[in-house]
Design a protein around this ligand. Structure first.
Ligand code: ZN
Ligand code: ZN
Length: 376
């Protein structure tokens, strides 16, 4: 007298599917219809039971053979009684099977409590802020316990009723053969309570979304990609579960003239040809909003770096500080007046190998190169 669906159809496999095909099909469907993924959906619960029942039979060689010969009738004689040890009972242990099979304990603890979600917040800070450290005020949308119903999910003036299926325990026990299995109550999804009049503010979920202002302490020396964890500042837990954590992901904005390399800072400063030749002194800004002098000796070549000790970035959670490097770039004069051009031509006439040793050396080598070529 069975109107049950064929077990093979239920698992969407054909009759000669082997063990691994069965297992794969079961995993796929169990994932899809698991009540944890479809909370409150009665259809998925039924489907999930069917899938489990079908798999319980087909994965067992003897039961499968009996099913292949007699169909559902093979298992019906024992339903409701002790019977052969499987029948109505085995399908009910789904949550335990699921956990065994996939090696994952459900997120639910006793009474349906769930830890709240972790939150991620992206924050961009300037290099100066990373240097000094700061306390930042941030606004984050978080789901918090609904005030209207104090998180019960029941409309003001009403109370959630104790679940009749589990008597409020949130878990039900069921005998299965020699074993007694305990699982999350399907009537209340582990809450232990049933809500008849849902709270209008939170639609019965017990949680609402709020903007929350938090003060975040950003320590000195943070780097691009530094992650700060604020324990317990994530989303509220469900039904009294612990809250999740909040993670602040920091990124550093590009700076006008400093490039960071670990704890060191680099900057490039253009200087005039005359300063480079005669020597001189100029001022550069430092990351602490101060200034420092850089002395350029006479005959400084373009690209030379000068180190200024301890003017770099602080090292996170240490007392060390990096250095600052100033690289000079000699700027070739442009837009010369007639007078300036004449002076430079005059200067060129007076120049010798001693004023431009590198160029002189280079052109001597070029000359030798062509000379040797001609000789050979
Ligand atoms: Zn509410
Ligand atoms: Zn219940």
């Amino acid at each position: 007298m069975s109107t049950k669906r064929c077990y093979y159809e239920t698992l969407e496999v054909d009759r000669n599917a082997d063990e691994s095909k069965l297992k794969a099909a079961f995993r796929k469907l169990a994932m899809k219809w698991h009540p944890d993924k479809n909370p409150g959906d009665a259809t998925s619960e039924v489907r999930f039971k069917e899938i489990n029942e079908a798999y319980e039979v087909l994965k067992d060689g003897d039961k499968r053979a009996a099913y292949d010969r007699f169909g559902h009738a093979a298992f019906e004689q024992g339903a409701g009684g002790g019977g052969p040890g499987f029948g109505a009972g085995f399908a009910s242990s789904f949550s335990d099977i699921f956990e065994d099979l996939f090696g994952m304990a459900g997120p639910r603890g006793r009474g349906g409590r769930e830890r709240g979600q972790d939150l991620r917040y992206n924050m961009e800070i300037t290099l100066e802020e990373a240097f000094r450290g700061k306390t930042a005020q941030i606004e984050i949308p978080v789901s918090v316990t609904c005030e209207s119903c104090s998180g019960t999910g029941a409309k003001a003036g009403t109370k959630p009723k104790t679940c009749s299926m589990c008597g409020g325990a949130g878990r039900v026990r069921q005998a299965q053969g020699f074993f007694t299995l305990e699982r999350t109550c399907p009537g209340c999804q582990g809450r232990g309570q049933m809500i008849e009049d849902p709270c209008p503010s939170c639609a019965g979920s017990g949680r609402v979304t709020r903007e929350r202002t938090l003060a975040v302490n950003i320590p000195q020396g943070v780097e691009d990609g530094t992650r700060i964890r604020l324990a317990g500042e994530g989303e509220a837990g469900i039904r009294g579960g612990p809250p999740g954590d909040l993670y602040i992901f920091l990124s550093l904005a590009m700076h006008e003239f400093f490039q960071r390399d670990g704890a060191d800072l680099h900057c490039r400063v253009p200087i005039s040809m005359v300063t480079a030749a005669l020597g001189g002194e100029f001022e550069v800004p430092t990351i602490d909003k101060g200034k420092t002098k850089v002395k350029v000796p006479s005959g400084t070549q373009s690209g030379r770096r000068f180190r200024i000790a301890s003017k770099g970035m602080p090292v996170l959670r240490s007392r060390q500080t990096g250095d600052m490097y100033v690289q000079v770039v000699v700027e070739t004069p442009q837009n010369l007046t007639k007078k300036q051009q004449e002076l430079l031509v005059e200067f060129e006439k007076l120049s010798s190998g001693a004023t431009q040793p590198e160029a002189a050396g280079f052109f001597t080598k070029v000359k030798d190169f062509f000379g040797n070529r001609a000789a050979s």
